[in-house]
Design a protein around this ligand. Structure first.
Ligand code: 16G
Length: 250
């Protein structure tokens, strides 16, 4: 694995885009590619910082900087005293407003979506309350199964005010990409998270036994002008994600 990582790093130095890139960015890309191509697998340990610095003729500061970025992205995780590992679960920092698609790509996984429905309809009382809309308003509704490659990870039901997203077909895969293309990407969100035992429908969709551990999440996201743009209710597999929050004393 070490040899593969070294040759990946050297190859990056020869590629056009890599020649002028700082060494820590080249190393970051080399590690990412090694994970994506399966040379380094989830759960596997990386060589120590000192070892990588020696083998690649880099300073330890450079190696540390490369790794820190990948830890922040959730690709790697550090265990005190034990070293750096490729994360087995998807690590999702709760302080950053990211999309499902971005989370999976950062982790080197292939996000996929299957639409269970994609339509325009009249707002339900629950959606009206959550999105601060008047009764009778119309919303775009997406019901999506979300996969990493072939593995279902989550099932999500989303409502977006119709005047913000006029055509549901604009969401080819990623909602946030579609919103961003219209200059309407949310900048802030409120999210609730609770543990559940999955009932029959989400369990079947996520290919788990009824009663398996899951997470029920609800996100209400806002535009920069304070308007609510999204109300999403999701079930995530309980064994695929680590939600991580940074806490600060006041
Ligand atoms: C995440 C969000 C969901 C959001 C989606 C956008 C949670 C629990 N949910 O799945 O609210 O709509 O990302 O991702 O984090 P997309 O742009 O890939 O559709």
């Amino acid at each position: 694995m070490q040899a593969a990582l070294i040759s990946e790093f050297e190859r990056m130095g020869m590629e056009r885009a890599g020649v002028h890139a700082p060494a820590y960015l080249r190393l970051r890309r080399a590690i990412r590619r090694s994970v994506e191509s399966g040379v380094i697998e989830p759960g596997q340990a990386l060589p120590s910082e000192r070892e990588m610095a020696r083998q690649l003729s880099l300073s330890r500061v450079t190696v540390r900087k490369a790794i820190a970025g990948l830890v922040e992205d959730g690709l790697l995780m550090q265990r005190h005293g034990a070293g750096t590992f490729v994360a087995e679960r998807i690590i999702k920092p709760l302080s950053r407003l990211t999309s499902f698609t971005e989370d999976l790509r950062a982790r080197g996984l292939n996000p996929r979506v299957v639409f269970l429905s994609r339509e325009v309809g009249e707002v339900t009382p629950e959606e009206a309350m959550a999105l601060n809309l008047s009764p009778g308003a119309s919303v775009v509704r997406l019901h999506r199964l979300r996969f990493a490659g072939d593995d279902p990870l989550a099932v999500e039901r989303t409502a977006v005010p119709h005047d913000i997203l006029s055509d549901p077909m604009r969401v080819a895969e990623s909602l946030y990409d579609a919103l961003e293309a219209q200059g309407q990407r949310p900048v802030r969100a409120l999210q609730r998270l609770r543990a559940v035992n999955l009932t029959a429908e989400p369990a079947r969709q996520l290919k788990l036994p009824v009663g398996a551990a899951g997470l029920a999440l609800e996100r209400r996201a806002f535009l920069a002008n304070g308007r609510l743009v999204e109300f999403t209710q999701s079930y995530y597999r309980g064994d695929a994600y680590d939600f991580v929050a940074e806490l600060q004393a006041e």
